[in-house]
Ligand binder design. Structure first.
Ligand code: DP6
Length: 332
């Protein structure tokens, strides 16, 4: 009897991102085609490391996340592996081992880096030779924000009308602008509502239509401001977008209040810093932790002020990161 086939084992490391202009609401739930385009920066130093190995010896997909057999995530990961298996026309099951070096499900976007790393590792393991847009389209179907994390630097996800033209691309490389993102972890408690569930209620906010009317202009404005490296205008637009996005969440049915008291306290602290001549601006995803964006010359002072706050559990310092990297290709 011939030996059972095991394919090469591939390890890929991808970073999550934080959106300057948020993806919120889907035109097509199944394909994850967004209601609007978005812009984000990839976060250097934070990462998900994922190893994928397909083998004829396995009877089921085995998914281990942060050292534990995943239950909640298994369906979504298996469905994504199915998409990749269909492309490669194979039926082998896979062993997937994934680790994050940052707290997950707290608004730090572990699904964006997780599905970007999985997409690249699994396609390479099955010898699929895909371009960056093709990888972005594939990753998007597992988690919208993952389509941005197959790219590096400052990234734009172009909404597109159909699956084949809804993908992300780098608009400014990682070394274009030395922005710092001070990620402040207030607590590592997992959020109760996932982004995926939240997207479904986006349209129920009375502000949603207004947002959609103006969002393309906002995207164009953001790109122009970044092109000029105008930090004050960038920060104002970043915060305006954060507050608009959370206003949609607050006014959705049922309301989505992701913030904790400390989230608001920190937001006000950053506004005070600005009033005292320290330029720093806030953005927040679907979670309670806070991203404070500043420039290198202000970073030390901003961090010192934050460290004084007794509710701050952890501070992660990041800057604009690059594309995912292949760490290892073990030939059996
Ligand atoms: C608020 O990409 O997590 O972070 O496509 O259902 O996986 P799914 O949603 P996800 O949504 C991210 C929402 C956001 C904004 C953003 O990252 O643009």
């Amino acid at each position: 009897m011939p030996n059972k086939i095991t394919l090469p084992k591939i390890t890929v490391q991808a970073s999550p991102d934080v959106a300057f202009i948020k993806y919120w609401g889907k035109k097509n739930e199944i394909e994850r085609i967004p209601e609007n385009g978005s812009i984000s920066m990839i976060l250097s130093g934070l990462h998900t490391t994922t190893t994928v190995e397909f083998s004829e010896k396995l009877s089921n997909d085995k998914i281990i996340i942060n050292g534990k057999t995943a239950d909640k995530e298994t369906k979504r990961v298996t469905e994504h592996l199915d998409r990749i298996r269909n492309l490669a026309r194979v039926t082998f099951k896979a062993r997937v081992v994934s680790e994050n070096n940052f707290p997950e499900s707290t608004g730090l976007s572990s699904s964006s880096s997780g599905f970007a790393a999985l997409t690249i590792a699994a396609t390479l393991a099955l010898a699929l030779d895909l371009s960056e847009p093709e990888l972005s389209i594939l990753a998007r179907q597992a988690s919208g924000s993952a389509c941005r994390c197959v790219c590096g630097g400052i990234v734009e996800w172009i909404r597109g009308e159909t699956s084949s033209n809804s993908y992300a691309q780098t608009i400014f490389p990682a070394d274009y602008w030395d922005l710092r993102d001070i990620v402040v972890v207030i607590n590592s408690e997992k959020k109760k509502i996932s982004s995926t569930a939240g997207h479904i209620t986006a349209r129920s906010s009375i502000f949603f239509e207004t947002r959609q009317k103006n969002i393309q202009d906002k995207i164009e404005k953001m790109k122009k401001i970044i092109a000029k490296k105008d930090f004050a205008s960038f920060g104002e637009l970043l915060e305006n977008e954060c507050l608009e996005f959370h206003s949609i969440l607050f006014t959705s049915q049922p309301p989505l209040i992701m913030w904790q008291a400390e989230t608001l306290a920190l937001f006000k602290e950053v506004m005070d810093m600005r009033n005292n001549g320290l330029p720093a601006y806030v953005t927040i995803n679907t979670g309670h932790n806070v991203h404070i964006i500043t420039l290198p010359k202000y970073q030390k002072d901003v961090m010192e002020k934050i460290k004084e706050l007794n509710f701050v559990k952890k501070i992660l310092l990041t800057k604009i990161g690059g594309k995912p990297v292949i760490l290892d290709e073990h030939l059996f």
